[in-house]
Design a protein around this ligand. Structure first.
Ligand code: FDA
Length: 321
């Protein structure tokens, strides 16, 4: 129930305007978001690289309906690509199509994405197109196929195991050779099109992961679910896929212990690091994935505030997973 409420709040226009103004939610965002500026982001990227992990950078934003704002978001990505290249950092970004103008028009979207890919090509950067709610699935896959037909090869897709259609989509992308990141899916979707139970989604993820690891180009497994990660590593071993040939991807601020452990065991780990001022819907999706996070973040903030000494019980609130 709380999960649904948080996901619904992520898409609410009024909440999107009001909640980010509340200082406590801004402080909460810092657990999952590198910061609001490019400098904040670069600092976190450097630290993550020092820990032996690769990075995919995301400038936060989505559901843009104003062409000027979509153009500004594309410009910010150009600055991001230049900065990563100039700093000699791993250049890999994740972009939301609705941020580049998918809700404005096909021509605005293509103009922004082509500008981004031209700059990415100069920097030998890889560009992953995040998958948003099911309202965008067909259009996002069409976009990827169009770009692939234009000759872009440093691009990749994301598929969501929770959607019933995904086995077919995966087969289609594998046939073309487009690299895929497999995740569970972060959006609230109705039962007609999406599996709802955690076990059902997990078993679906496992089947799709087996196909992706066997037939995919540069497969990326994006989950913090330890059972699935263990199964994925087992599948890779069975099919003779060395750790260098696939990536485990995790989100900034989630299961930092597991991220380090996977690196220690010799796996390729890529961390998805978002930054920017439009962090509100992203934060709400992270809270919805694990509603205890509301308590965890509130607890750690209380602990660090003068109230923490007055109410030592607050220290027990929430535990990092
Ligand atoms: P699950 O939610 O079952 O979590 C497993 C365990 O991980 C939990 O028990 C908990 O310990 C920990 N955990 C998970 N989420 C947490 C959180 N927010 N805070 C604290 N602990 C948490 N989705 C999408 O729809 N489109 C996309 O393009 C992407 N892209 C993407 C990239 C990368 C690199 C990752 C890791 C994830 C995505 N996602 C995504 C999000 C994905 O669909 C999914 O919502 C989250 O990864 C949470 O699902 P898990 O697979 O981790 O399992």
């Amino acid at each position: 129930m709380l999960r649904w409420g948080l996901r619904a709040l992520a898409d609410s226009g009024i909440a999107r305007e009001l909640i980010p103004r509340v200082p406590i939610t801004r402080a909460m965002s810092r657990r999952f978001v590198a910061g609001e500026s490019l400098d904040d982001f670069v600092g976190v990227v450097r630290e993550t690289r020092r820990q032996g992990m690769d990075v995919t950078g995301n400038y936060l934003g989505e559901a843009i309906t104003d062409p000027a704002r979509a153009g500004e978001a594309a410009e910010e990505y150009l600055r991001l690509l230049d900065r990563l290249r100039d700093e000699g950092l791993d250049v890999n970004v994740s972009v939301k199509p609705s941020q580049m103008g998918m809700d404005v028009s096909g021509s605005v979207l293509l103009a922004n994405v082509r500008a981004l890919l031209a700059r990415a090509r100069e920097a030998s950067a890889f560009v992953r197109f995040d998958m948003e709610s099911s309202a965008y699935t067909d259009r996002t896959l069409d976009l990827l196929r169009t770009l692939w037909d234009e000759g872009h090869r440093r691009i990749g897709a994301v598929l969501q195991a929770s959607l019933r259609r995904t086995a077919g989509d995966l087969e289609g992308l594998l046939r073309i050779g487009i690299p895929v990141r497999l995740c569970k899916g972060a959006y609230a979707e109705p039962p007609e099109i999406a599996f709802q139970g955690a076990e059902q989604i997990r078993s679906r993820f496992r089947e799709l992961m087996a196909t992706l690891l066997r037939d995919g180009t540069d497969p990326a497994i994006a989950t913090h679910d330890e059972t699935l990660i263990r199964d994925g590593l087992e599948l890779a071993r069975e099919s003779g896929l060395s750790p260098a040939r696939f990536e485990l991807q995790l989100l900034y601020g989630v299961r930092r212990d597991l991220q380090k452990e996977l690196v220690r065991r010799g796996h390729r780990v890529r961390v998805y690091i978002p930054f920017g001022v439009n962090w509100y819907p992203y934060l709400m999706r992270r809270l919805a994935e694990r509603p205890e996070n509301v308590l965890f973040v509130a607890g750690s903030m209380l602990k660090e505030s003068p109230l923490g000494t007055l109410f030592p019980g607050a220290r027990g609130l929430g535990r990092e997973s």
